[in-house]
Write a protein that binds this ligand. Structure first.
Ligand code: AMP
Length: 543
């Protein structure tokens, strides 16, 4: 396995193979199989372009050859930051075929995040769009290249400017396997890296192996009953685990369905695509569901093809959940998931009250779950505690993060999710809260520590900063930062400008700034965030 990754114990891996969860598949080979089975059917729709399975397969080969010709080798890491386009899928499969590893960046990421992803992964290349939503990624790429010496190549979708053209790369004809390695990876190797929505100052990388992810998409597709008639609309960024493989894009491709790529979650655009492409299934976060439900009251678009709406990634309020079927005329499926692995889904035949109020059950019989108190002791059945999990598609360690891994995993390999959950008598999971210090803004995870560090460093008038979640009807939560001043602190617009200049992604910027003389402290001398949340509630009520 790639250096810096933590394998499953050998006996566990053998048991997963024995049980048929892991089948020795690689993702690059799977596309080959899908193309053989579904050849001329439409795999991807992006704008007016339609790509068949056969075309996608050949495109991935050409890209693999092109990357190899540019010196990308098996085991190399390549940061991929593309919007929802067919190119994203083709680039990933091109890299899988080569045995190189895409690192999934979000389109919203900026210099701070990208330079970290490149340097931490030791990336040799970076793939970007030219201009996306008004932002010139080529300039960002120039800066990243200058600051991260391992990044030798930048490939641009669209006008390449001073960099290389992604289109020209895929013009390379014959597949050229790297001379010193097999053309495809080993099933137990990591295929790509997802980003953790975690608590650390910088995002951790989650290695997902070929066979663990192949199993995830198979298990998720079975629960969701995908087949060749499935038309899946990718609404959230394709780099999200939710969109990519729960069952999402890959699950749909595995069953011969069609993936339609939306550029934005905007209801006007998405409803038009649902009508035009007869979309049957999609997935989104509660904030988007909320927007769609309001828009659906007025739309003249025909949404009758839609049969399932998955909602996950953040807490869904039962009142919003209850509007889904009456308003959109489709089933609701609640999804709890994490890029680290474990997925729980409500099932199509669950009674309505369970669909509206729970996050369902794990998708695999091999998912192991513990709910524990702060001393790691199992809580009584039905009680709330921290969710710990391990299983055939849940990681055993973050990439190059030995010290963090010692805290994030139990000695016997259970991942500490930081989520507080309870299980009902029926065996459904209900998310109750969390012990980890993140704000879930829409579906985006914002690490409090990361923002606090930047806020403190951004301005001389700030001595200390503490981030708390601010409840919000539409977004679920927004980011509020309390600051202890040292002189004259900046106002919110100025602080945001300074944070942008530090290269921080827009979704992490504070929505509210509160000044306080001193932070309340816990008995252990830490900043008491619960007390700060109460303080915030009082100030909001008074305002
Ligand atoms: P990510 O890895 O970015 O998908 O974030 C995973 C985290 O999102 C989980 O650990 C939870 O904190 C949160 N999460 C995911 N799904 C749900 C859900 N259905 N309800 C509440 N929180 C969720």
């Amino acid at each position: 396995m790639l250096d810096g990754c933590v394998p499953w114990p050998e006996a566990t891996a053998a048991a997963y193979r024995e049980a048929g969860y892991w089948r020795g598949e690689t993702l690059g080979q799977l596309l080959r199989d899908w193309a053989a089975a579904y050849d001329g059917r439409t795999a991807l729709v992006g704008g007016d372009r339609r790509v068949t399975y056969t075309e996608l397969d050949a495109w991935a080969d050409r890209l693999a050859a092109g990357f190899a010709a540019r010196g990308i080798r098996p085991g190399d890491r390549v940061v991929v930051q593309l919007p929802n386009t067919p190119e994203f899928v083709a680039v990933c499969f091109g890299l899988f075929r080569l045995g190189a590893l895409p690192v999934f960046a979000l389109p919203a990421h900026r210099h701070h995040e990208i330079s970290h992803l490149c340097s931490h992964s030791g990336a040799v290349a970076y793939v970007v769009p030219d201009v996306h939503q008004g932002f010139d990624h080529r300039e960002l790429a120039t800066q990243v290249r200058a600051s991260v010496p391992t990044v030798r190549e930048v490939f641009v979708l669209g006008d390449p400017g001073p960099h290389s053209s992604l289109e020209e790369l895929s013009a390379t004809e014959a597949p050229v396997p790297a001379p010193d390695a097999p053309a495809d990876a080993s099933p137990a190797d990591p295929a790509f890296f997802l980003l953790s929505g975690g608590t650390t100052a910088l995002p951790k990388l989650i290695p997902r192996t070929h066979e663990d992810y192949a199993y995830q998409i198979r298990a998720a597709s079975e629960v969701c009953e995908l087949d060749g008639d499935t038309v899946y609309l990718a609404v959230l960024p394709i780099e999200f685990n939710f969109t990519w493989g729960c069952p999402g894009v890959l699950g749909t491709l595995s069953t011969g369905g069609t993936v339609v790529l939306a550029r934005t979650p905007n209801p006007d655009e998405c409803f038009a695509l649902i009508e035009r492409e007869k979309v049957t299934m999609t997935s989104c976060v509660p904030t988007i569901a909320h927007m769609w439900l309001d828009a659906a009251e007025w739309t003249e678009r025909d949404l009758s093809s839609l049969s399932v709406l998955q909602i996950g990634s953040a807490k869904l309020h039962p009142e919003v959940a209850a509007r889904v079927t009456p308003t959109l005329g489709c089933r609701l499926q609640q999804v709890f998931g994490m890029a680290e692995g474990l997925l729980t889904f409500t099932r199509y035949d669950d009674p309505l009250d369970r669909v509206l109020t729970t996050q369902g059950r794990p998708i695999s019989p091999a998912d192991e779950i513990r709910v524990v108190d702060s001393e790691d002791r199992p809580v009584a059945p039905g009680e709330t505690g921290e969710l710990l999990t391990r299983g055939p598609y849940t990681l055993r360690g973050y990439y190059r993060a030995e010290e963090h891994n010692a805290r994030a995993f139990s000695e016997d390999g259970f991942y500490r999710s930081g989520d507080l959950v309870r299980f009902t008598e029926d065996g459904d999971m209900v998310v109750q809260g969390r012990v980890k210090d993140v704000v879930i803004r829409g579906g985006d995870k914002v690490s409090a520590t990361e923002v606090e560090r930047h806020v403190t460093a951004a301005h001389d008038g700030i001595q200390q900063a503490a981030v708390v979640a601010m409840p919000d009807e539409l977004m679920g939560e927004r980011v509020c930062v309390f600051v202890v001043p040292a002189g004259e602190p900046p106002r919110l617009p100025e602080l945001k400008r300074l944070l942008r200049a530090r290269g921080l992604a827009e979704y992490k910027l504070p929505d509210r700034l509160e000044v306080i003389d001193a932070f309340p402290l816990t008995g252990l001398g830490k900043v008491d965030k619960k007390a700060l949340a109460v303080e915030l509630a009082q100030r909001l009520a008074a305002a």
